[in-house]
Design a binder for this molecule. Structure first.
Ligand SMILES: [Zn+2]
Ligand SMILES: [Zn+2]
Ligand SMILES: [Zn+2]
Length: 338
């Protein structure tokens, strides 16, 4: 795999790269000339930063003329572990993101903390650190300037890290728990894949109370999808179609007067009893309510996977257990640290 690390000045890119190199067998890929030739008032700061990097780094083993050569190199050796902090612009990043072995990781930290880190490094190299205001201006330029702004890169990160710890040990133990090298981050497993489809279906919901999405699957194939809302030809819930949902009463109040079909009901109706056979799995982003649970049991679903709890999980679980339907909660891999 190839991990691309991006983030603001002194957010911790190099500390993370260093950790992955030392502890998890990653190798660093670098570009030969990474300092853009721009002349502006912040140049002395940039020089200072490059000076610090030069003094701090050992001679890199893998250095490339440009990003495309770097990417070709990694493509031929994608089963090894590579890391780079040298992705500098959005169009380069887009080419990297096309590759299935590439993972973009962003790292951020409070600006005052980053300024302190930068100042500490300056002191250690016997250089005068900038004051906070100068650092902030330089930082704004680095993050938000047209064409060079790093914020456009971090926006596309698949994993976002927040590194506010002041000790390296803390960062290392958090990284250890997070396990960035886990290949499942590159390609979702079946649970992740179907749960993401369920979440996508939920976005089509028109119910005023809550967005829910559901996917029915058998032998890893989607049989049907569903989201909650009023039945066909009726006005959508969010256009006033269901008076109960639009009254804004608390959860569970007046449930029997609700006109909205639940996501699970819609998915079950769409699939039909014939197509739901042994081995069918129902993925839902919310734990099914009681009335859905009895229908799930009746049509012969084998397993229910949900991601978020609802207010009657225990009752639903009891019914499903009695009916012989497996129930489990899905936890997506975590993607941040503090
Ligand atoms: Zn509704
Ligand atoms: Zn309703
Ligand atoms: Zn329901």
């Amino acid at each position: 795999m190839l991990i691309g690390l991006c983030g603001g000045i002194c957010a911790g890119k190099h500390a993370i790269a260093e950790y992955l190199i030392q502890q998890q067998g990653f190798q660093l890929l670098e570009l030969a000339s990474k300092m853009p030739q721009i002349t502006d008032p912040e140049d002395d700061l940039r020089l200072q930063a490059s000076e610090i990097r030069k003094k701090g780094d050992t001679q890199p083993e893998h250095t490339f003329e440009n990003a495309d050569i770097l990417l070709d190199f990694a493509t031929k050796r994608w089963q090894e572990r590579w890391i780079t902090t040298d992705i500098a612009d959005a169009s380069t990043l887009d080419r990297f993101l096309l590759r299935p072995f590439f993972l973009l990781v962003s790292v951020d930290a409070p600006v005052s903390l980053r300024w302190k880190r930068f100042a500490d490094r300056c002191w250690r190299r016997q250089l005068d650190p900038p004051d906070l205001e100068k650092f902030v201006l330089w930082n704004d330029h680095n993050l938000y300037d047209k064409d060079v702004g790093r914020v456009y890169l971090t926006d596309k990160a698949q994993v976002r890290l927040f590194n506010s710890s002041s000790s390296l040990e803390e960062l290392h133990s958090a990284l250890n728990t997070l396990d960035l090298a886990d290949e499942e981050r590159l390609r979702p497993n079946w649970d992740q894949y179907f749960m993401q489809l369920a979440s996508l279906a939920a976005q089509r919901s028109n119910c005023m109370k809550r967005r829910v999405g559901c996917v029915l699957v058998r032998e890893r194939r989607v049989i049907s999808t569903g989201y909650n809302g009023t039945p066909r030809h009726l006005r959508n819930c969010n256009q006033g179609g269901c008076p109960r949902c639009n009254r804004g009463d608390g959860g569970g109040v007046g449930l029997s007067t609700c006109l909205c079909l639940h996501a699970e009901e819609n998915a079950l109706l769409e699939a039909g009893r014939e197509r739901i056979r042994e081995g069918a799995i129902l993925y839902c982003d919310t734990c099914p309510c009681l009335t859905c649970t009895v229908k799930i049991a009746q049509v012969g679903i084998s397993e229910v996977v949900y991601s978020q709890g609802y207010n009657m999980d225990k009752d639903s679980a009891a019914i499903l257990q009695e009916a012989g339907v497996r129930l489990r909660q899905f936890h997506p891999p975590s993607n941040g640290l503090t």
